[in-house]
Design a protein around this ligand. Structure first.
Ligand SMILES: Cc1cc2nc3c(=O)[nH]c(=O)nc-3n(C[C@H](O)[C@H](O)[C@H](O)COP(=O)(O)O)c2cc1C
Length: 97
């Protein structure tokens, strides 16, 4: 099992409909790849945890990095891990203030 955590900055043009679309795409794409995690958005920054096989996590992350809806994607942690932190959550979305 592999875990990757990154932070990024939302693009200026980001709308709440964009955030909903990101969460929808995440659930749709992550579940079949057995990727679990969480996506937190505070109105300015994203923090996302992705966990799964290294191959699957890197494949999804490579797409995320190129997404123009955010910038300055910075990996905080990328490591092998024994256990999932978000087992059963294909992508939980949380908006915080
Ligand atoms: C902050 C952020 C987090 C994202 N997280 C995921 C994710 O966990 N899984 C995913 O498939 N796409 C995620 N995306 C969307 C991808 O960049 C991309 O748009 C999407 O995977 C394309 O999927 P589709 O071809 O099914 O529309 C995220 C995008 C942003 C901006």
């Amino acid at each position: 099992m592999y875990r990757l955590i990154y932070i990024s900055t939302a693009s200026d043009a980001l709308t709440s409909a964009d955030v909903d679309a990101i969460v929808d795409a995440s659930i749709r794409n992550n579940a079949p790849r057995n990727i679990t995690g969480v996506l937190i958005y505070n109105g300015l920054n994203f923090l996302q945890v992705l966990e799964g096989t290294r191959l699957n996590v890197e494949e999804v992350f490579n797409r995320i990095v190129q997404d123009p809806r955010h910038i300055s994607v910075t990996t905080v942690l990328a490591e092998s891990a024994e256990l999932r932190m978000f087992a059963g959550w294909s992508m939980a979305g949380r908006k915080t203030s």
